[in-house]
Design a protein around this ligand. Sequence first.
Ligand code: HEC
Length: 94
Amino acid sequence: MRKAILVVASALLLGFFGCGKKSTESTTDGALDGEKLVQERCSFCHNLDPIYSADKDRDGWEKTVDQMISKGAQVNDSERQAVLDYLSSLPGSD
Ligand code: HEC
């Protein structure tokens, strides 16, 4: 019984985040804000600590972001680029 409630709750949560997605996706004409994308999309499964404490170069971030996408992170191609630009510009990533 408890399990059923959990499943419903996570379905609702997913739906909620799914809707929030539209707001940034409609602005793909201009430059995407990588920082905002990271804060919105990458805090879905964990907080931002592993991101800001990581010391990766662009290659490393590319691997990480692709791993996160395969786990279910919601970033499309242009958002992925913006996220990578932002992550590889973080202090300590070079
Ligand atoms: C669908 C869930 C999910 C989303 C969304 C997600 N992550 Fe993760 N992330 C995980 C899980 C699970 C782990 C821990 C397991 C692992 O390291 O594979 C993790 C670990 C990490 C780590 C530490 C491990 C490492 O490889 O350095 C970093 C950094 C990270 N995530 C970055 C990101 C970034 C950047 C984004 C946004 C593009 C993101 N995550 C979005 C699930 C997610």
